[in-house]
Design a protein around this ligand. Structure first.
Ligand code: FES
Ligand SMILES: [Fe+2]
Length: 422
């Protein structure tokens, strides 16, 4: 039975309202963020289907480097094998399912902690002690189940669906490579990785990162004081979300300590800012001097793990005083994230209240409206036509961007900033 048919008429009306045009629309009913049933549907429909960012290639520099994690409760291990190939496996022992890799580090083999079955870094079973008498089990073909892995821009992505479309196809559907490619994330390295757990549903994290309504309010003392919410141009395209806007860098008083990334020098000003959403849970932010993606991964229905990477060009790492400057950037993003954290926690408490009624979406929440309708596209699979009512102003966005940056774009946004696919 479809989800919508199972809901009471009051809830159906609220969802229908969310499906309408932005200025007649409303936020999602609270149970979308607190229901275990919705969460389980999201795991199947989103997290087991989409490409998910799980790290940076530089975190797996040497053969044997590995990172074990859980994504919405699903155990996964990513590693670089002896031949230098990056691989991902379901982190499940073929004996009884214990996770064979733990934490992160460097390993020659993955040896299960329970009964010591061991696996090579390409996933093959190497040894299963005390098992020679066993019949009717093929130890030779036994292995950790492979998970699809690919990279773009130095980011490592995995996909649990064996029949998934290629990563680049998914990225291009939403214009990710076009709009974020010009930042050249592949030529940067992680200078800081800030990880924390937030007591809220995973959807609130990307929503918050597209929410330009709150920036001047809760971030007024950090970066929000000079944030031009009236000149915030979106490209909402399919499930994609890209924006180019004006904001100084993510450092105290918006002052860069490094200067522009070499490949953006002379092309953008120190007020250049952009953001791209990589569905379902990665928001990349770019400034003239850095790249700062946020990646959110659900732990359970109301707990989410967030990683904020700060990435800088290789050359910045060799500058005098790098460690001190880098610490200033690291402290600043922690401050900004802490400002968000309190709101995210309170959002979850509020929507869980029996007294919560969702309010209207305002013009500044255009991207959130787009995003929550993406969730509904997936969860209410009988309602495909509703996609048509979503705002698609790609052409307007591109014309506007070309007009705004004529010298930088040399007559074409994509010519300078990405692969020519406009
Ligand atoms: S569960 Fe791994 S060896 Fe038994
Ligand atoms: Fe924020």
């Amino acid at each position: 039975m479809s989800l919508i048919a199972e809901l009471d008429s009051k809830t159906r009306k609220l969802i229908e309202k969310t499906r309408t045009h932005l200025l007649e629309s409303g936020h999602l009913p609270g149970f979308f963020y607190s229901s275990e049933e919705i969460f389980q549907r999201e795991i199947d429909a989103i997290f087991m289907r989409e490409w998910l960012c799980v790290g940076r290639v530089e975190e797996f520099e040497k053969p044997g480097d590995y990172h074990a994690m859980r994504i919405a409760g699903e155990p996964l291990v990513v590693c670089r094998d002896r031949d230098g190939q990056l691989r991902a496996f379901r982190n499940l022992c073929a004996h009884r399912g214990v996770e064979v890799a733990v934490g992160q580090g460097n390993a020659r083999l993955f040896t299960c902690r329970y009964h010591a079955w061991s696996y090579t870094l390409d996933g093959r079973l190497k040894a299963a002690p005390h098992s020679t008498e066993v019949t009717n089990y093929d130890f030779k073909t036994c292995r950790l189940p492979s998970v699809n892995l690919d990279t773009w821009g130095g980011y490592v992505f995995v996909n649990f669906d064996p029949d998934c479309p290629p990563l680049n196809e998914c990225l291009d559907e939403d214009g990710v490579r076009e709009f974020a490619g010009f930042l050249q994330p592949e030529n940067t390295r992680t200078s800081d990785k800030f990880e924390f757990e937030v007591p809220c549903n995973w959807k609130f994290v990307p929503e918050n990162l597209m929410d330009m309504y709150h920036v001047g309010v809760i971030h007024g003392a950090s970066f929000g004081g000079h944030f031009p919410i009236n000149d915030f141009r979106y490209n909402l395209n399919g499930s994609g979300y890209n924006a180019v806007y004006e904001s100084y860098t993510m450092a105290p008083n918006g002052v860069t300590l490094f200067g522009p990334m070499p490949w953006l020098e002379g092309k953008v000003t120190d007020k250049f800012a952009c953001t791209t959403w990589v569905r379902p849970t990665m928001n990349i932010f770019g400034r003239h001097d850095l790249i700062q993606p946020w990646v959110a991964m659900p732990i359970d229905v109301n707990r989410t793990h967030v990683t904020i990477y700060t990435q800088l060009p290789e050359a910045f790492f060799d500058e005098p005083g790098f460690a001190e400057k880098n610490q200033i950037y690291a402290d600043f993003i922690k401050l900004v994230a802490t400002e968000d954290l309190a709101m995210l926690e309170s959002l979850q408490t509020g929507i869980s209240s029996r007294g919560f009624q969702p309010g209207p979406t305002v013009k500044l929440e255009r991207a959130i409206h787009h995003l929550i309708n993406y969730y509904l596209d997936i969860l209410l699979d009988e309602d495909k036509d509703a996609r048509a009512i979503r705002i698609n102003d790609c052409a307007e966005f591109l014309a506007d961007t070309r007009a705004k940056y004529p010298e930088a774009t040399d007559g074409g946004y994509s010519k300078t900033f990405g692969s020519a696919q406009v």
